[in-house]
Design a protein around this ligand. Structure first.
Ligand code: FES
Length: 326
């Protein structure tokens, strides 16, 4: 082996849905330096070992977003992921297509579901037609206003977040992390006149399916931190419309339980989430919990020092700690 190189084993997902053969993993071994990007390794495989390997790329500089794929089960840009740390950690490099989208062939997926969900949030400024911008005039924003969405323009639409998202996997109608991060960007843009409408419409559309696992933020190669933008959207949505969905009612119940008792009151949480009549539907679950852990269904006593918790809430509720839609 040449000095400074390592033996890199790639197990690459191979599948052509137009043929009857099932998907398989094909093993290739190459001698590469540890700093070699996974994409370069795959291109060497295609050039030297197997010209039938299908993959997508363009800039090779983490700009275009087209080389996103699963590398050792994480959504990554192949051009930005070096083989050395992957081999050190996993002993090999397992390369698969992105998840939550149908495979076209090998490492290439059909991104239509991702773009359809993006389109649904109306990813453009909606201006007031009664107040058209005078011709030749700009509509300037202050630096503070721009600061509110400074992360989202970094997005390169690689779909790594969409691939990593378990909520998309559970319900393909969930708009996905990128779409929601972009929605946030328009909601807080002072030039957009549809913030209230956008917030009302997105709630039944699955905003609350996000369980804050942060896998999208971990996957994002540009530090857009979509899960934080979704958190901000949830706050704004409750502010705009109140707690109208199971998810928002659950969040408010959680908050009130911690504020008032310093710990979680399971019964209060169920009542807040489903309402008194809706609790009947949870009866079976309640009986199971009662049999296993009856103490969970008792009203808990406030923890000693709960006033300190209340003080934290009061500080957070002060106007200067709050963010508004605009
Ligand atoms: S090839 Fe453009 S981001 Fe990787």
């Amino acid at each position: 082996m040449t000095e400074g190189t390592i033996s890199a084993t790639f197990d690459v997902y191979r599948h052509d849905p137009s043929r009857a053969e099932p998907a398989r993993y094909q093993r290739y071994t190459l001698e590469l330096t540890p700093h070699t990007p996974v994409l370069t390794g795959l291109l060497r495989i295609r050039a030297e070992l197997d010209p039938t390997l299908t993959l997508k790329y363009s800039c090779r500089s983490a700009i275009c977003g087209s080389c996103a794929m699963q590398v050792n089960s994480k959504s990554r840009l192949a051009c930005q992921t070096q083989i050395g740390p992957e081999i050190a950690r996993h002993g090999r490099i397992v390369v698969e297509p992105m998840r939550n989208m149908p495979v076209v062939r090998d490492l290439v997926v059909d991104q239509k579901p991702f773009w359809r969900n993006y389109d649904r949030i109306q990813p453009h400024l909606i201006l007031d037609p009664r107040r058209p911008m005078p011709k030749g005039r700009e509509n300037p924003m202050s630096p503070e206003q721009v600061d509110r969405f400074k992360e989202t323009p970094r997005c390169i639409a690689c779909a790594a977040c969409y691939s990593a998202c378990p909520a998309v996997e559970a319900d393909p109608a969930f708009p996905g992390p990128m779409a929601l991060a972009k929605l946030y960007r328009f909601v807080v843009d002072p030039r957009d006149t549809a913030a209230q409408d956008r917030l009302v419409r997105i709630q039944p559309d699955g905003l609350w399916l996000c369980l804050r696992c942060h896998l999208c933020t971990e996957a994002c190669p540009k530090d857009v931190r979509p899960s934080e933008r979704i958190r901000d959207l949830k706050e704004l949505a409750i502010g705009a419309q109140g707690a109208t969905e199971f998810g928002s009612r659950h969040a408010v119940g959680f908050k009130e339980s911690i504020r008032d008792r310093g710990l979680l009151d399971e019964m209060l949480l169920v009542r807040k989430t489903y309402g008194v009549s809706g609790m009947m539907g949870q009866l079976g679950q309640g009986i199971k919990i009662y049999r296993k852990k009856p103490e969970l269904l008792k009203k808990p006593h406030p923890i000693p020092g709960v006033e300190e918790v209340e003080g934290i809430y009061a500080a957070l509720d002060r106007p200067e700690a709050e963010g508004g839609a605009k």
